[in-house]
Design a binder for this molecule. Structure first.
Ligand SMILES: [Zn+2]
Length: 301
C-alpha cells in the first residue's frame, strides 16, 4: 500500500504543516477571548461582547456553507500553478462507485484517453469493491468523499466528522491499495472542525472551479454549458456518477455530458489528469523519493 506522502506533496499540505490551525479559526479564538476580557473589564457592555461572539459564529458558519471559501483552511478550487501551466484540468466525479453508471463513465474516459478523479463514498466502495478497483486499474484516482455522505456532515462534531473521514480512508485504502490524499466534503459543506482533522490525516481539501449541478439538472446541454464556461488550464470540474440526475432518455446526465466535455477540452489543448498527477511538480516523478519538494500554491485560485 502506498502512503499519502509518496511523490510530491500538494503544496497546500506544506503550508498546513506549518499552521496548526487555520488562521481564521485562530483569530476567532482570540476574538472570543477578547470579547470575554472586554465583558469582564466593562460589565455593562456585555451585550456588545455577546454580539461580537455571535457575529464571529455567523462568519464561521458562512465560511462552512460556501464550498469554495478558504476561511476555514486550505481548499483547492483550482489546480496548482504548475499543473495549469501544463494545460491540465481535473475532472472529478463524485458519489460513486455506482454499478449502473461508473462502468460507462470509465469507457467514455478510455475512449477519449482522459483520466479522472473519483471522489468515492466509503460505504459505496465497500458495496462495490471490484468496481472501485477497476477505477484504479484503468489509471484513474479514487479519493475520499466521506463514509456515508451524510446530509448532516457539516453539523457533525469533531468525533463524528473524524469517524466519517477515517472510516472512508481506511476502506478506500484497503480496497484500492492506495491511501487517498484528497478529501471533498459532502456537498462541499463543512465547519471549523474539518481543517485540523484533514491536517492530522494528511488530506488536502478539494472543492471545484465549476460544477454542472448534474444531480438536479436533467438537461445535458445545460450541465455542459456550466462546466465549459471559461474552460482553461487548472480548472477542477465537478460531475457525478452516483446520485446522477437522469436525462430524458433515462441515462445518467454525466454520460451525455462527458463526450462533448472531453472533446472540447482536447480541442483547446487541455489534458484531463488525476488530482495526484496534477499535484506532481514534474511529469512522471510521482514515485521518485527525491522528487518531494515544497511548491508554491500562491497562484491557485
Ligand atoms: Zn457528494
Amino acid at each position: 500500500m502506498t502512503t499519502p506522502s509518496n511523490g510530491v506533496l500538494p503544496a497546500a499540505h506544506e503550508s498546513n504543516k506549518t499552521a496548526p490551525w487555520p488562521a481564521y479559526v485562530t483569530a476567532s479564538v482570540a476574538w472570543h477571548a477578547g470579547a470575554g476580557v472586554f465583558a469582564i473589564a466593562a460589565p455593562a457592555s456585555w451585550p456588545w461582547a455577546v454580539a461580537a461572539v455571535a457575529a464571529n459564529h455567523a462568519a464561521l458558519t458562512a465560511g462552512g456553507l460556501w464550498p469554495r471559501s478558504r476561511w476555514l483552511g486550505s481548499n483547492w478550487t483550482r489546480l496548482p500553478a504548475h499543473a495549469a501551466a501544463r494545460r491540465e484540468i481535473a475532472i472529478t466525479i463524485d458519489d460513486g462507485p455506482d454499478p449502473a453508471v461508473t462502468p460507462a463513465v470509465l469507457d467514455l474516459l478510455d475512449a477519449h484517453a482522459a483520466k479522472a478523479t473519483f471522489f468515492c463514498i466509503g460505504a459505496e466502495a465497500r458495496a462495490h469493491p471490484a468496481l472501485c478497483r477497476e477505477i484504479v486499474r484503468r489509471g484513474h484516482s479514487v479519493q475520499n468523499h466521506s463514509d456515508r455522505h451524510s446530509r448532516r456532515f457539516s453539523l457533525l462534531g469533531p468525533k463524528g466528522m473524524a469517524h466519517e473521514i477515517a472510516a472512508a480512508q481506511a476502506s478506500l485504502a484497503d480496497i484500492t491499495g492506495e491511501a487517498p490524499r484528497f478529501f471533498r466534503a459532502p456537498a462541499g459543506l463543512r465547519n471549523p472542525f474539518l481543517a485540523p482533522l484533514l491536517q492530522r490525516l494528511d488530506l488536502q481539501l478539494v472543492s471545484w472551479t465549476r460544477r454542472g449541478f448534474d444531480t438536479v439538472r436533467r438537461d445535458p446541454r445545460d450541465v455542459l454549458a456550466r462546466l465549459v464556461r471559461g474552460l482553461t488550464g487548472g480548472d477542477i470540474l465537478l460531475a457525478h456518477d452516483g446520485n446522477a440526475a437522469r436525462a430524458v432518455d433515462g441515462g445518467a446526465v454525466v454520460l451525455a455530458v462527458l463526450p462533448e466535455l472531453l472533446a472540447r477540452a482536447r480541442s483547446v489543448g487541455l489534458v484531463a489528469v488525476t488530482l495526484p498527477a496534477a499535484a506532481q511538480r514534474e511529469c512522471g516523478d510521482a514515485a521518485a523519493p527525491d522528487a518531494a519538494q515544497p511548491a508554491s500554491m500562491s497562484s491557485a485560485g
